[in-house]
Design a protein. Sequence first.
Length: 172
Amino acid sequence: MTTHVPHGRALLERHFTASGLVMNRHRELLLLQHRKLGVWLYPGGHIERTETPDQAVLREIDEETGIRATLIGKTDARLADPDADVTVLRRPYQVLCEFIDDTREPHYHIDLVYLCVTAARACPVQRKNERAHFFTYEQTSGLRMFPNFRRLVHRLFRDKAAWRLVNEEVIT
């Protein structure tokens, strides 16, 4: 299968980003309203040069919403090698390549989307994005979202394995 790239976009820069689908045991998902776009999305952002995607997603969630989250999902710890300084990172739930129509510098985001869990049901008062809240599946139906993001949210709420991970995780 080939991917159609509109003429002129093939040479655009790709920026690596990490985003988090932050869930709690009440079957709620943390979303925030993007200031510029006016749509509801998951928290996330660019991966800094000195951090792993795992570190970046947790930092972005904390910075944007004040929520302390934990990554959940698969890893294969047998591949770690402390003597060679090899660690195993979490596998993303999804990887998306998203065109960013920035008027100054259009580019793509290679977005590593992770599953995360928190014990919280509300964001702290002090946070970067005042429009960050937890939503049930039913509450997401009235939110303005990109069509592909709405499909991802619907898929997540139907994903029994993902919610089982939420319920099995020890949350401190």
